[in-house]
Design a protein around this ligand. Structure first.
Ligand code: PLP
Length: 475
């Protein structure tokens, strides 16, 4: 399998070449040249693999279709080392729980940092260690996080040989629990950098460093943001696992509702659907930061300024632009890299928006690709958390609540609706208390972490300052 850029660069690359890279050299995102097609017989075989052998083996089956430069026994070993009951809390790894009527919750948040990002990041940690050892190289991971990416990356990379992590985050925008998770790590190879700004300032800095090709080469800069194809690929697996748990045979369709920010999670759903997984709808749920909901409703993609980015109680979805969205637009526009380049390159930087409402492809977002969308507010979030706790005894986190709220608006009779549970309530305790008057349960390993010493430095949103810090700490 070869990979190409969404901005037109067709020079083919293999999986391990793009594994350690962020953006493609032309500023685009990598996608496979084509989506391998999965027929009904293969689906049935995978169903048995998941139920009888397990999630790790299902991951191996799916990853094998996209990775042809890691020998199969090695790839299988990596999958089995990653997806264990010890790391993810259950043998199913992503168990499905019934909420109400046709609505199910797929539990993706029982990994080391209690958010779905562990599912991809833990795999990435093992893949990086494997590939770096094979090459005899080192890598400096530069990332931006509004909370969950950073901790998931740090817990995946801590202590890994040949890897350092430089993680930027917006000052005081994460919950105390999230800050404590990250800043309490004392590992030498982990650097926490708090930036004066919002998440998108952090993301812009990371992009700017990555666009400086010489600096990137000299300091062996890589990324683990959701634009990394390997992360997206890892996430494809749990759409299949969710499907196998919600259905008994592969004639049936299911829908997914995905609490969304950077469009990474739901983009993995798009890939699964393109492979032939019988998905009826892919429902994008946003919070007050409704960039994506606006696009799917109107065809206008309008990037928000920092000042227009709301600070909400589902902070991991507080984005002003959705960095993976370019991947979907590439498919939507018939993989026209030139067109994508003109939409997302200078054009977007200059005018901050584009409008596909008059483009014939816009109708296809729903008709052909199954996308729908909705949004949820703080009041909706509180009501949904309270309601699912009082009626079903299920305590859900704020992001998952946005998903449940929007899922209820998109039900189709007889089609199971799977809401992806993206974090555990303990990560956002303040809002849970506001909604229910009750403190969420805290797993024993996290008791008292807020009081631990913190390892973090503060910095202005200044490209030069960030580069200097990296250069100093790479030796
Ligand atoms: C990262 C995150 C999201 C958003 O996922 P995207 O892939 O950026 O769309 C939603 N909920 C939680 C809890 C997250 O950590």
């Amino acid at each position: 399998m070869n990979y190409i850029s969404t901005r037109g660069d067709q020079s083919p690359k293999h999986f391990c070449e793009i594994l350690l890279e962020g953006l493609a050299p032309d500023g685009g995102l990598y996608l496979p040249e084509h989506y391998p097609q999965v027929d009904g017989a293969t689906l049935e075989r995978w169903r048995a693999v998941y139920h009888e052998v397990g999630y790790a083996e299902l991951a191996f089956e799916i990853l094998s279709l996209y990775i042809d430069d890691i020998p199969a026994p090695d790839l299988r070993a990596i999958c089995h080392k990653t997806y264990t009951a010890e790391v993810f809390g259950t043998g199913e790894i992503v168990p499905l729980r019934h909420l109400e009527n046709d609505i199910w919750l797929e539990a993706l948040s029982n990994g080391p940092t209690l958010a779905f990002k562990d599912l991809a990041m833990q795999l990435l940690g093992h893949l990086f260690e494997y590939e770096l050892a094979r090459r005899g190289e080192e890598l400096n991971i530069l990332g931006a996080t509004s909370g969950d990416t950073g901790s998931a990356a740090e817990y995946a990379m801590r202590g890994k040989k040949g890897v350092r992590v430089f993680m930027t985050s917006p000052v005081n925008r994460m919950s105390p629990f999230q800050q404590a998770q990250m800043f309490s790590l004392m590992d030498e190879n982990i650097h926490n950098i708090a930036i004066d700004g919002v998440f998108d300032d952090c993301q812009d800095l990371v992009k700017a460093v990555s666009n400086d090709l010489e600096f990137k080469r000299q300091y062996k800069i890589g990324t683990v943001n959701s634009i990394n194809w390997a992360r997206l690929l890892a996430q494809v697996v749990y759409y299949f696992a969710g499907y196998f748990q919600a259905t008994e045979s592969s004639g049936k369709k299911v829908s997914f509702t995905v609490p969304s920010g950077n469009f990474g999670n739901v983009c993995a759903g798009h890939v699964a659907r393109m492979m032939g997984l019988p998905i009826a709808k892919l429902v994008v749920a946003t919070n007050e930061n409704d960039v994506l909901d606006e696009f799917f409703k109107t065809g206008v993609y309008r990037v928000r300024s920092s000042a227009d980015t709301h600070e909400t109680s589902s902070p991991s979805m507080d984005i002003s632009k959705a960095s993976n969205f370019e991947r979907f637009v590439f498919d939507l526009l018939g993989r026209d890299g030139e067109r994508v380049k003109s939409l997302f390159g200078d054009g977007l930087a200059r005018v901050g928006r584009f409008d596909l409402s008059q483009h014939p492809a816009f109708n296809q977002t729903t008709l052909r690709y199954g996308f729908q969308s909705g949004q949820s507010s703080h009041a909706d979030r509180l009501a949904t958390i309270k309601d699912s706790f009082e009626r079903f005894g299920m305590l859900i986190d704020t992001h998952t609540a946005d998903g449940v709220k929007v899922a209820r608006e998109h039900l189709q009779p007889g089609v199971p609706m799977i809401v992806l549970e993206t974090a555990l309530p303990i990560k956002f305790a303040e809002t849970i208390v506001e909604a229910t008057g009750r403190e969420p349960d805290r797993p024993p390993r996290f008791v008292g972490i807020e009081a631990l010493p913190k390892r973090v430095i503060r910095m202005a949103a200044d490209l030069q300052a960030l580069k200097s810090y990296i250069a100093e700490h790479c030796a």
